[in-house]
Design a binder for this molecule. Structure first.
Ligand code: DX5
Ligand code: ZN
Length: 220
């Protein structure tokens, strides 16, 4: 049986009712909590930081998947591990010594992820692919929820899948940005393993049912 994963992004949650929204995910068919950390430097937006993450962690009962949109992420690897992160993704474009950063993430017991911007070619990952547990492929420009999906992503997924297979790497492909019920199945067909969905889940009338529908679309 296929087990492709759905990771709702808390960026689109109602922050005034954060615990309620976390419990909704706990009780849904969602697999991971996707948590976007933005520093206002790497991306033109600031989301939330350590105190909010600590509060989320207290209630979240599923894998905590952190997407760092910050410069010089090495500074905070130990702190994210201490806050209960399971997966930690850094941006390719923000790392001068990516290989070293990935080792540092793993040394703290987390899965090591690399996020890539829409303009970054997947070929740049070939020489480090065996060390990457997760590629977070941006299908919008990072910084904001609710943007439209960039169609070129399908091609990039197919190319990345070939690189993963050629190298016998364990890497999962996660797609982040503009995911809806219109593109979910096609993304999985192209080779994706995990779909992040923010607005589509949290702006829906019935988020729990929306997650259930997405889950069945990606596993049909
Ligand atoms: C964008 C973030 C995404 C965002 C996705 O910078 O990385 O995780 O929350 O939101 P939607 O699904 O609304 O595009
Ligand atoms: Zn994200």
């Amino acid at each position: 049986m296929k087990n492709n994963l759905i990771a709702p992004s808390l960026l689109a949650a109602d922050f005034g009712n954060l615990q309620r929204d976390i419990e909704m995910i706990n009780n849904s068919e969602a697999d991971w909590f996707h948590i976007d950390i933005m520093d206002g430097v790497f991306v033109p937006n600031i989301s939330y930081g350590m105190p909010v993450l600590a509060a989320i962690q207290k209630h979240a009962k599923k894998t905590i998947d952190i997407h760092l949109m910050i410069v010089d992420p090495d500074r905070y690897i130990k702190e994210f591990a201490a806050l209960g992160a399971n997966n930690l993704s850094v941006h390719y474009e923000a790392c001068t010594h990516l290989h070293r950063t990935l080792q540092a993430i793993k040394a703290e017991g987390m899965k090591a992820g690399v996020a890539i911007n829409p303009h970054t070619p997947v070929e740049l990952l070939e020489d480090v692919i065996a060390d990457i547990d997760l590629v977070c492929m941006m299908s919008v420009n990072p910084g904001f929820g609710g943007q439209s999906f960039i169609e070129n992503t399908y091609k990039k997924i197919e190319k990345l899948k070939q690189i993963i297979e050629r190298n016998n790497a364990p890497t999962l492909i996660e797609i982040d940005g503009g995911v809806t019920d219109k593109n979910a199945a096609q993304l999985i067909d192209a080779g994706a393993d995990v779909l992040v969905a923010g607005s589509f889940v949290f702006k829906a009338e019935d988020p729990t049912q929306t997650i259930k529908n997405l889950k069945s679309l990606v596993n049909s």
